[in-house]
Ligand binder design. Structure first.
Ligand code: F6R
Length: 360
């Protein structure tokens, strides 16, 4: 049950430290990544990776896709419902990774079946043991987030992104000419601290007060570069899903190619920072919106350039830039939750949506 919580969603947001500890458990060994059923050599013969997913899982897949490419492996992230029109050539050197917390999403299952029919190797990344995706794929990796009742995916997103990040390192180890990220041991060490960093974010109250200050705006924009781009998309999806307010996520550099026409003082812009090299660009793009009157909310660590220009800041602890986006996302989960609460929405069961979408 939801116990002392008003909503399952808040409970699931607040249990992320435990969920993430379970996700990571046993998967970092002697400074390297270990997956029990997928030892070194398991991906021999694989030359490229396609991630297929829908909705929030697609945003987690974007996280994995970027890290896979940074590790020197060709990787695409495809919307499952558009698999046929976007996949291009597929054969037995292609690994298709289905990212689906339920393991039952019809569009995702359909994409995996099409890929398998063309000879691809398939792997399900899911929260549900015995789900259709887990049974049908050649291999399955479990995200171990525990049951999620709220329709809006929260802890499963975080656990998916972390599982995929680890999996990319494992896969890259088997792909010839791949180049595992240079500071991998620092990255893995920072991951071991992620549960406690999430805990620190949960102790902040700024997202709650900000939700109260801003809930009567026209539209809410979320922008970011790189890993921050996927977090921006996820932040906007969650916000529209449970508040019913208009929200959009953009690659920060795209603002000036159209969406800027919508920006006024009634359009708060949440700009995601990771503490990495992308933040200067995001700052430039945020200033473009700010000079049209938009209030800017920086979401990220204290030591990054967006803080200097932002009107408000949702702070996260210092960590490796690979994980900062996941901490920023926790702030955005809290923002959406408290904005929806303010508007008295049925948070755990938003209208027109279902937890598991078993139709195409
Ligand atoms: C949004 C949300 C959905 C799901 C999507 C895929 O909060 O939960 O966008 O992420 O329907 O679901 P799974 O991961 O079960 O394939």
């Amino acid at each position: 049950g939801k116990g002392e919580y008003d909503h399952y969603m808040l409970k699931e947001i607040e249990t992320q430290p435990t969920a993430l500890s379970n996700t990571i458990e046993g998967r970092i060994e002697d400074g390297d990544v270990a997956f029990e059923d997928l030892p070194p050599g398991s991906f021999d013969g694989i030359e490229s990776v396609q991630f297929v997913a829908c909705g929030t899982s697609y945003h987690a897949a974007m996280y994995g896709g970027q890290l896979m490419r940074e590790a020197g492996v060709r990787a695409d992230v495809l919307r499952a419902s558009e698999y046929e029109s976007t996949s291009g050539p597929v054969d037995e050197t292609t690994l298709v990774v289905a990212v689906t917390q339920s393991g039952e999403t019809a569009d995702t299952l359909d994409a995996v079946r099409k890929a398998a029919a063309r000879g691809a190797r398939t792997l399900a990344v899911t929260n549900v043991v015995g789900s259709t995706a887990a049974r049908e794929a050649d291999d399955a990796v479990y995200i171990r987030a525990g049951p999620e009742v709220g329709v809006a995916a929260t802890k499963t997103y975080s656990s998916q992104a972390v599982t995929l990040a680890l999996l990319t390192q494992r896969i890259a180890g088997d792909v010839p000419d791949a180049t595992p990220v240079a500071d991998r041991s620092a990255m893995l060490q920072a991951l071991e601290n992620l549960p406690q960093h999430v805990e620190a974010v949960l102790e902040t109250v700024r997202a709650e007060t900000l939700a109260r200050e801003m809930f009567d705006s026209n539209s809410y924009f979320f922008i970011g570069h790189g890993l921050g781009h996927s977090v921006a998309l996820e932040g906007a999806l969650k916000f529209k899903e449970i508040t019913y307010e208009h929200a959009e996520g953009f690659a920060a550099g795209e603002l000036k190619h159209g969406p800027l026409a919508l920006v006024t003082e009634e359009t708060p812009v949440f700009a995601i920072a990771t503490g990495g090299d992308d933040d200067d660009k995001t700052k430039t793009n945020a200033i473009e919106a700010q000079s049209r009157g938009a209030p800017i909310v920086a979401v990220g660590p204290d030591e990054q350039p967006l803080v200097d220009i932002a009107d408000a800041h949702l702070s996260v602890p210092e960590t490796h830039p690979v994980w900062a986006g996941l901490l920023a996302n926790v702030q955005l989960q809290l923002l959406s939750y408290y904005a929806a609460k303010q508007l008295d929405r049925p948070i755990d069961k938003p209208r027109n949506l279902a937890k598991s979408v078993t139709v195409e």
